[in-house]
Ligand binder design. Structure first.
Ligand code: NAD
Length: 277
């Protein structure tokens, strides 16, 4: 039977460590304040934003909410970002994605100062990751590296296969595994013989956005399987991109959905906010 990697417990541990670090930094006169901007009232975004503010309160840092109406123009949003960039009290800026269709996501991401880019989406942050320099790292893949480390799973020299090449998960994930000296293969929608490639993996990270697509036929006996996907089924329950029932008996360790990768994303956002203090 596989070990279930408990993201909830590991994220709690990280938040508790951060809480201590915040207290220490505050005693040295340092402060942090995360500005969280939401445009429109997409219910999922409202939940994510609420959880981020709660996490800030838990570790002892301030957050400031900007809830803007759906009809906010791109220029209005850019003006707010400019103001926050210039405000020395604001140490991190986050625009909850997706933004409404009339606003260009890339333009917004590029406007946030790289010094306050706690989501790690700015091209400067991505470039720094690419060449191994210090910078903010996208929270979900950074959280997966922490999950592996806290679970004592070695990455060095391992065959690591990442399915998905998105800018926020797949690509930074591959770079982080490479940074940890994994031998990395990236798969995507045009990959041929996906099953054969996946079957080489000692560590398989699945970020496809297709509920339950990866079953035991994609898994090498004893592999570590990280499921990034998150979907709500018709019965209201959550599931991932991995068919947990089929894969779990074959692998050595696996993240559940919920309670695996998800909680790590917010913990790593807090990590980024604290590192900017
Ligand atoms: P995305 O849609 O931007 O990217 C999906 C990737 O999967 C693409 O690169 C595509 O090439 C690849 N793909 C699609 N179909 C494929 C197929 N049949 N075979 C191989 N590759 C295929 O998605 P994303 O933003 O990277 O997110 C992936 C999943 O992770 C989604 O379910 C999303 O909700 C979830 N997610 C979870 C968290 C979290 O905190 N848990 C964070 C971000 C994303």
């Amino acid at each position: 039977m596989a070990r279930i990697i408990d993201g909830k417990a590991i994220s709690q541990k990280i938040k508790d460590e951060l809480k201590e670090e915040v207290a220490r930094k505050k005693s040295e006169g340092k402060n942090a304040c995360l500005a969280v901007i939401q445009v429109g009232n997409d219910p999922a975004s409202t939940v994510y934003v609420g959880n981020k503010k709660k996490a800030c309160a838990y570790i002892g840092i301030d957050s400031k909410s900007y809830e803007l109406p759906e009809e906010t123009t791109q220029d209005e949003l850019l003006n707010l970002i400019d103001k926050l960039n210039d405000d020395p009290k604001i140490t991190g800026i986050l625009v909850q994605l997706p933004v409404p269709e009339h606003i260009d996501e890339d333009t917004i991401i590029r406007r946030i100062s790289p010094l306050k880019d706690v989501d790690g989406f700015h091209p400067m942050s991505v470039g720094a990751l690419c060449i191994g320099e210090k910078g903010f790292v996208s929270c979900t893949p950074a959280g997966i590296i922490k999950l592996l480390k806290y679970s004592d799973i070695d990455i060095e020299g391992k065959e690591c296969v990442v399915i998905g090449r998105s800018n926020i998960v797949g690509k930074p994930m591959s770079l982080l595994l490479l940074r940890e000296n994994g031998t990395v293969t990236i798969c995507h929608s045009r990959t041929r013989n996906l099953k054969d490639v996946c079957k080489r993996a000692d560590i398989l990270v699945v970020a496809i956005g297709k509920p339950g697509m990866i079953n035991d036929e994609y898994i090498k006996e004893g592999a570590v399987v990280i499921d990034v996907g998150i979907h709500r089924k018709a019965d209201g329950k959550l599931c991932g991109d991995v068919d947990f029932e089929s894969v779990e008996p074959k692998c050595s360790a696996i993240t559940p959905v919920p309670g695996g990768v998800g909680p790590m994303t917010i913990a790593m956002l807090m990590y980024n906010v604290v590192s900017a203090m």
